[in-house]
Design a binder for this molecule. Sequence first.
Ligand code: M6R
Length: 593
Amino acid sequence: MCGIVGCIGKNHGREYIISGLKTLDYRGYDSAGIAFSKNNSIEVYKDAGSVEHLDSLIPEKEDGKVIIGHTRWATHGKPNKTNSHPHFSYDQEFVIVHNGIVENIGELKEFLSKKGIKFVSDTDTEAIASLIAFEYKNEKDVLKAIRKSMEQIHGSYAIGLIHRGEDRLYVMKNASPLIIGLGDGFNLIASDASPMIEFTNKFIELEDKEYGFIDATDFSLFDMHGRAVSKELISKNADLIRHDLNGYEHFMLKEIEEIPSVISRLVNHYASDGEYKFDKELIKKIKGADHIIFLACGTSYHASLVGGRYFESLLGIPTTSYIASEWAFHPMLPGKKPFIIFISQSGETADLIHCLKIVKKSNHDTLIITNTNGSTLDRGCKYSLNVQAGVEVSVASTKAYSAQVALLLLLVGAVKEDPSIVKDIMGSLPIIDFIKKDKKQIIKAVATQIKDHKSLFYIGRGYDYFLSMEASLKLKEISYIHSEAIAGGELKHGPIALIEQGTPVIVFITDKVTAASMRSNIEEVKSRGANVFVISTKELSKNTDTIVIKDYPSYISSIIVSSVAFYLAYFTSLLKGYNVDKPRNLAKSVTVE
Ligand code: M6R
């Protein structure tokens, strides 16, 4: 996902923009650029590659009064210098950075081409800049030109725009996040608060279809009727926003080890003093639903499977978990009174936003479980619950998954009015800590044994199957080993054909109900030559098991044993010498469908 930072009136503005772009790099990018504006001149530096590379292209003395920076994740056009942002308008009077995707780009380009306007890049962004410049020629007023352009642009955009010679940084937004940070004698913009939190804790969040500008001391925002809108100042919990390795070598490791503190913060937030603190109306709506529908992708989808099992087994409410990108092509809303739960760490996943648009055509209630307040899904759903995980930088989602599962369980506990659930969740903390203190070495030893294999399997049943799916995704995502999760009972229906001498098979056995069947599965794969690693709980363990964890109520397994899976993926990637936090081809937020 692209990232935007901008500033006006800031001392050491260049440093702020460079470090801001680095802060946003967790979102994933393939090229970067900066525009410096002062007096009547605008200098643009950009290229494919890293922010460090960009920095090396900029002369040491370069600075500006108004500066915009961008990290690009290619959508329209290849990742190269020409397509990198910022982009000039055809007349070189405007320069722009943009996050999002223009849906009617063909139409807009045709319109502008007919007016004799040419394009140098393949991007939709350049067309926005030229459209604004074109409208400005008629309107002679930048704000009016922006509004007229917004009327013609369909799609998502968060935009920072500079007009040559003006000490203003213009902004416009629709369906892509953009935040203003108010400083003392300077103002900032960014895609999220993380690059700004060191300099201010006064934020303004733009709503869809708002536009305006900041100067060094003030801001003005308008709606699509050209009326000024008054905005509320927002402050943020700096601890949850800051990106800081805190002595760790990688964000992923730091984030795995934050899981216990995330869970206790979550419990404190939603169930302090033995009492559930959820919105009563939300609980009532869930109680009244005859079907819970989950929509999510990737890791969040895996959390939804666990959550679905909680609703079914603890509340008796039927559920269906859908992969968002699949559901969107065949939208189904089972039940007469369905309640729809979206799960998304980022709150910006395009596949889910697409689903939300479809769901909104009906009148059903929606809840988003997210880690990102102010995100598109957070603002688009009727109810929103934050997982309190704090910013997750590593592309591989870890603490957000554990928090999603724990929050779903707390929600079920609140509907059930069962305080024992809170106790069980809190009971997971010392066990996760025990994994961290006592089991890391053995997990690393397993990583050494699997790291050179091309392919492996995770197997489990029930909660352990859901966990296998998440473990498998995590491993393939950062170690690039082909990994597949198989429900124990499904082995004999095909996948067992793939087991040969030495194939690693990692088995979870944490549930009494399925333990005996899993032991039979182990015999089946062993007899075909598999190299089996068993992760079990004490009461279900055998002497030969690889990792044995203290006992706990099996339904909280996903909160606990996921740590083992996360460490295993982490160590495997590390041993293979890969970029753990930024795996190839992946972005933290997937804002394209
Ligand atoms: O932000 P979201 O939770 O909506 O993201 C969904 C997936 O893209 C995400 O969970 C992805 O699968 C992770 N990188 C896995 O670690």
